[in-house]
Design a protein around this ligand. Structure first.
Ligand code: ADP
Ligand code: MG
Length: 252
């Protein structure tokens, strides 16, 4: 029997304007299962960030619904966390306080929150930076704080909006490996990752499936499966063929 979807995006639309005259998303549907890394790719401005925010319960869709384990998502949920492109750290808070923001929906006592946040920073190679501020960190370190904050509440689903696009390639690659490790490590609660990207190579490197969106108003053009073992050889024929196929779809 096929496994049930953790997240089910059912016929989502999003319009804005006084008379809802601007159509951004036009009936998008797909699901994602436990253990899966799913990417959403599409042209700039096609509504990827909007779609991801709808999935996080941060904005309401104009039509359709998103289900999490069969339940309708109507607002932020501590089982679903978000990683932002620009890290979205609070510059006036220390790194450990930034990680603790990820526990604001939790009823843990203050002491436990502190321990959990310090432990996560340590796990992400940031021991010693607890009491310093985000502006003292490199981009890669900032995004580690962003990911630590996101997983602090032990979420099941991690939503990431172009999380590596503002990092240099070397740093981005290390963080990509960290996310794949997190997904497959049973001790870490995350068991499904959904990433928005406009980088086709990155999508093929990381994903089990890739949802390819059309131009605005966006629809699902196709859903591509990537059946290749990790780590994937970016120079292999199979890899390059996949990248070319998706690129061709995007420029159509
Ligand atoms: P992407 O992440 O794919 O680049 P976005 O989801 O950020 O796309 O935005 C899609 C389009 O919708 C953009 O053209 C953006 O300017 C527009 N948009 C989204 N929400 C609003 C809004 N509430 N008011 C005005 N424009 C919006
Ligand atoms: Mg975006």
């Amino acid at each position: 029997m096929a496994e049930k979807d953790i997240i089910d995006v059912a016929n989502i639309s999003f319009y804005y304007g006084k008379n809802k005259e601007f159509k951004i998303i036009d009936g998008v549907s797909f699901g994602t299962q436990k253990g899966e890394f799913l990417s959403i790719i599409g042209p700039s401005g096609c509504g990827k960030s909007t779609l991801l925010r709808i999935m996080a319960g941060l904005i309401k869709p104009s039509g359709g619904k998103v289900l999490f384990n069969g339940r309708h998502i109507t607002g932020p949920n501590k089982e679903i966390s978000f990683v932002f492109q620009d890290f979205a750290l609070m510059p006036w808070l220390t790194n450990v306080e930034n990680v603790k923001l990820g526990l604001s929906l939790s009823n843990m006592d203050e002491d436990k929150k502190q321990k959990r946040a310090v432990g996560l920073l340590d796990q992400f190679g940031l021991a010693g930076f607890e009491e310093s501020y985000p502006n003292m960190l490199s981009g890669g370190m900032k995004q580690r704080v962003g990911i630590a904050r996101a997983i602090a509440s032990n979420p099941t689903v991690l939503l990431m909006d172009e999380p590596f696009s503002s990092l240099d390639e070397l740093t981005a690659n290390t963080l990509r490996d960290d996310v794949i490790y997190m997904l497959h490590n049973k001790k870490i609660s995350v068991n499904s990752v959904i990433m928005v990207t406009h980088n086709v190579e990155e999508a093929v490197q990381l994903s089990d499936r890739i949802v390819v969106l059309s131009n605005k108003p966006s629809r699902v053009r196709r859903i591509e499966r990537v059946d290749m073992k990790y780590p994937r050889d970016k120079h292999s024929k199979q890899f390059l063929k996949k990248v070319d196929g998706i690129l061709a779809d995007l420029v159509e």
